[in-house]
Design a protein around this ligand. Structure first.
Ligand SMILES: CC(C)(COP(=O)(O)OP(=O)(O)OC[C@H]1O[C@@H](n2cnc3c(N)ncnc32)[C@H](O)[C@@H]1OP(=O)(O)O)[C@@H](O)C(=O)NCCC(=O)NCCS
Length: 406
């Protein structure tokens, strides 16, 4: 029997943001108060950090539209916004940026752990170890806010160190006089990027900075809610991000582009995959039911940055895949469709895509961890029990294994 739940006007207007097209408010409330596989559309808490309108394809950080942030902001400014809840003034931004820059160097203990790892180990496994080690070697006297700034600054340096170690190259120190985006690229590639590449990296970082209660952020909040420490929460988030249904999809998109080869092959390739009920990476989203705004921003940028014949061909392939997926499945691109080619363009190799995602998402994880600490209650939901009813205990010698028919 469905029960009628009354909600305040304020709650009513918030619920409208998550209503599916044509869905009545009673249906929304009913859907949210009954269990859903994968917690689909379940509201698991309140947050003032990030808002997604899945129907309209809008994404806001602390009230600011991602389109405006991508056009005008920087990694440093967006990190300030996420961690502090408002945009900085000029002097605040300069002081915050210098403080972030001063915190980029990773402790020697962390470097020595990274350099003992097998060169062929998975980069996300190495990142998980690096972040966990940072929890041991970072300054124990830091405040919560300082820890957040320290981790946000250092995740990029850890990822770059993992990359340089893998290729048996010198681990490069961060450059304090460069922006976070330029210094990160410099530590990975050994070259100071041109302004265009540095700007593209900045936009990629901004687009990945937060996305409400995605799996890794939820993981971080669950860990923080036990009052465990920030490093543990971020380590757990890295573990969740490693999964191919979350991070890693853009690496698969690049593989798919190579497999397709030329735009003429797109239709046959996609039709065959769909006929075998296989998913096409870079499409679909739990929340967006239209074009992911981040995908639109990257697609628009790609039109300007593609230069080589190889890049032009890859872009044509993806545009064609997009059209076919819309026609055949009514599915839209997510952020991962065009991010891989942008990352490759600025010199990030495909195997580092998911670690890069962690560098970009760290400010969001940290903002959510701070928000969780600021008004904490342990996150401990219930499960709907579907196991056997009460059984009588029989000693092992007397137990008979029931032979189940296949
Ligand atoms: C993102 C994703 C994990 C969301 O998962 P979800 O909300 O649980 O959605 P489901 O996997 O239940 O998909 C719902 C339906 O759409 C279909 N679908 C979803 N994404 C699809 C895709 N990329 N290609 C083909 N079909 C897809 C599913 O097959 C399913 O169809 P069905 O109801 O006929 O079985 C899912 O869309 C996906 O696996 N996409 C590909 C991986 C990817 O790009 N990940 C990056 C996310 S940012």
């Amino acid at each position: 029997m469905s029960k009628v739940v009354k909600v305040s006007d304020d709650t009513h207007s918030r619920l409208q943001g998550i209503a599916k097209y044509g869905e009545s408010m009673d249906t929304v409330i009913h859907r949210l108060t009954t269990q859903a596989k994968g917690l689909e559309d379940v509201v698991a808490g309140q947050s003032s950090i990030c808002f997604i309108d899945g129907q309209e394809g809008r994404l806001l950080y602390r009230g600011y539209d991602i389109v405006d942030l991508a056009a005008h902001s920087s990694y440093e400014e967006t990190t300030f916004l996420l961690l502090n809840g408002h945009l900085p003034t000029g002097p605040e931004l300069r002081s915050f940026s210098s403080e972030l820059a001063a915190r980029r160097t990773i402790p020697k203990g962390v470097i020595s752990i990274i350099t003992t790892l097998p060169r062929n180990c998975d980069a996300m496994d190495a990142l998980r170890v690096g972040v966990a080690a940072l929890g041991i070697y970072d300054d124990p006297m830091l405040s919560q806010q300082e820890k957040a700034m320290s981790i946000a600054s250092k995740v990029g340096s850890i990822v770059a160190a993992i990359h340089r170690h893998k290729h048996d190259q010198d681990i490069l120190p961060p450059k304090d006089d460069l922006s976070f985006a330029s210094s990160f690229l410099n530590m990975v590639t050994g070259e100071v990027p041109e302004e265009r590449e540095a700007r593209l990296m900045d936009v990629l970082l901004i687009l990945h900075a937060d996305h409400e209660l995605n799996a890794s952020t939820f993981t971080a909040r669950v860990i923080a809610s036990t009052l465990s420490d920030t490093y543990s929460a971020v380590t757990g988030a890295v573990g969740a991000l490693k999964g191919p249904l979350h991070g890693g999809a853009n690496e698969k998109v690049v593989e798919m582009t190579h497999e397709i080869g030329t735009p003429e092959n797109v239709e046959t390739y996609i039709d065959e995959k769909l006929a075998h009920k296989q998913k096409i990476t870079g499409f679909g989203h739990r929340v967006y039911k239209t074009m992911d705004p981040r995908a639109q921003i990257l697609k628009d940028m790609a039109k300007k940055f593609v230069r080589t014949e190889k890049e032009k061909q890859a872009f044509q392939i993806l545009v064609k895949v997009e059209a076919i997926m819309k026609k055949e499945k009514n599915l839209y691109p997510n952020v991962d469709l065009y991010s891989g080619m942008a990352l490759n363009h600025v010199g990030i190799p495909s195997y580092l895509f998911t670690p890069f995602f962690a560098v970009g998402r760290a400010p969001g994880w940290l903002a959510h961890i701070l928000e969780q600490y600021s008004d904490n209650r342990i996150i401990r939901p219930r499960a709907e029990y579907v196991g056997p009813a009460r059984e009588d205990y029989v000693p092992a010698e007397k137990r008979v294994r029931e032979v189940r028919k296949p």
